[in-house]
Design a binder for this molecule. Structure first.
Ligand SMILES: Nc1ncnc2c1ncn2[C@@H]1O[C@H](COP(=O)(O)OP(=O)(O)OP(=O)(O)O)[C@@H](O)[C@H]1O
Ligand SMILES: [Mg+2]
Length: 390
């Protein structure tokens, strides 16, 4: 809201003074400004007017018979409906104690009598503008609060919908995969080789779909803050062996060579083993997918503070300007690759979230045409847990 856009015309100013001559003077000074002026000659009358028609600003005399200005102000500031109305005290007192008392009971400013017209005009206009800003700010805060609430509810609804859908989709898919297995065995017993090839295709497609659904479910859980870590102590060599067993079939095309550097004395590690497995599986999967022909190297190292897992390939590489976006959901370095290699762009997002959850981090170095190297560093999470190196 700019200064110029504030229209003070019709701003309601209430003048409170027990001396009619003072009200007259205020009226004369302010009457040309376009404000809607009203007046009261006592604290009690002022409160009645304020409750009936709340003004935008109050000019309040301090010394009045009956309820004095301090008391009026205290009452106004104690009530939700009136506490935001700015009050300017008018005082003949030069005593600092009274000015301080005015501020303590909630005044925004004071003006000393005899009243100087320039000063009065400046102070009234300044506080009316300030109040307009405050009202606008509150309105915007309320709007953004409402928008945030609406967005959060929509996001919660989306998350629970996706969680339910993912479950509903997984169950029949698992049945398809399981029954295809059974039919494959029967077809093999009966010697129906052509059917076996088709059944294998069905199963591959179903497994791909299951992978995508699992990724969507994982992202949904992460975004809904429902993903938990389950740390335990595990043998790193065993975990690497398991990962290689899963990835091995995709390396059987004769175009990829896998090199594993994992010292036998690597020992145990205390963190969420399933998440480490999934990170490595996603990284190796990418390395295979984006390397038409070449070497993939998995290297594991331990230092005093952390365990490092590195997946390097000699594949197509990633352009430098895409390195920062590939960890964002549904983002791929090159959309033409999506058509060629498939994928949803969730693998690295999940890796990054998992690394964050385990208080580690993932980095990438890459050169187009030469290859990529992803490095995952995971700290030893819990010093009280036994972390042994054999
Ligand atoms: N080893 C790699 N070599 C070259 N590009 C890579 C490599 N790993 C990731 N990328 C780029 O980063 C993008 C994002 O990777 P991410 O694993 O998140 O998605 P995806 O592999 O396309 O799909 P998904 O993993 O969900 O099946 C990829 O589409 C690719 O452009
Ligand atoms: Mg991937």
């Amino acid at each position: 809201m700019s200064e110029e856009s504030i229209d003070l015309k019709n701003a309601k100013v209430l003048m409170v003074d027990d001396t009619p001559a003072n009200i007259d003077l205020l009226h004369k000074i302010l009457s040309n400004q376009g404000y809607k002026l009203s007046f009261a000659t006592s604290g009690e009358k002022a409160l009645k007017i304020i409750y009936r028609t709340p003004p935008n600003l109050i000019l309040l005399d301090v010394m009045m018979p009956g309820m004095d200005g301090f008391e009026v102000c205290r009452i106004l500031k104690s009530q939700k409906e009136t506490q935001d109305i700015p009050v300017i005290f008018m005082t003949a007192l030069t005593d600092t104690v009274d000015k301080v008392k005015g501020f303590n009971v909630g005044a925004v400013d004071y003006i000393t009598k005899p009243i100087q017209s320039e000063e009065l005009l400046a102070r009234v206009s300044t506080h009316l503008k300030l109040q307009a800003h405050v009202i606008e700010l509150k309105k915007r805060n309320l709007e953004s609060e409402q928008a945030r609430f609406a967005a959060e509810s929509a996001s919660r609804a989306k998350s629970s919908f996706l969680a339910n859908m993912s479950h509903e989709l997984r169950t029949p898919l698992n049945a398809i995969i399981g029954y295809t297995d059974l039919v494959q065995e029967e077809a093999s017993d009966l010697g129906y080789e052509t059917i076996i090839t088709d059944l294998t295709k069905i199963q591959t497609a179903a497994k791909q779909l299951l992978g995508i659904i699992s990724d969507v479910l994982d992202i949904t859980k992460i975004e809904a803050d429902k993903m938990e870590t389950n740390p335990s102590e595990f043998d790193v060599s065993h975990l690497i062996k398991d990962v290689i067993t899963v990835i091995r079939p995709s390396l059987m095309d004769g175009k990829h060579f896998l090199k594993v550097n994992c010292p036998p004395e690597i020992g145990t590690f205390y963190t969420d083993a399933i998440k480490v497995q999934q990170i490595l599986f996603n990284l190796l999967n990418n390395a295979v997918k984006f390397t038409r022909q070449g070497t993939i190297t998995l290297t594991v190292n331990r230092s005093a503070q952390e365990m490092t897992f590195q997946v390097a390939d000699t594949g197509i590489g990633i352009p430098a300007n895409k390195l920062s976006i590939i960890f964002q959901p549904f983002t791929q370095a090159d959309s033409s690759h999506t058509r060629e290699f498939g994928g949803t762009g969730l693998g690295l997002t999940i890796c990054k979230h998992y690394c964050d959850m385990m208080e580690g981090h993932i980095t990438v170095e890459s050169e187009v045409g030469k290859g990529s190297k992803f490095t995952v560093r995971l700290p030893f999470q819990n010093a009280t847990q036994p972390i042994s190196s054999k």
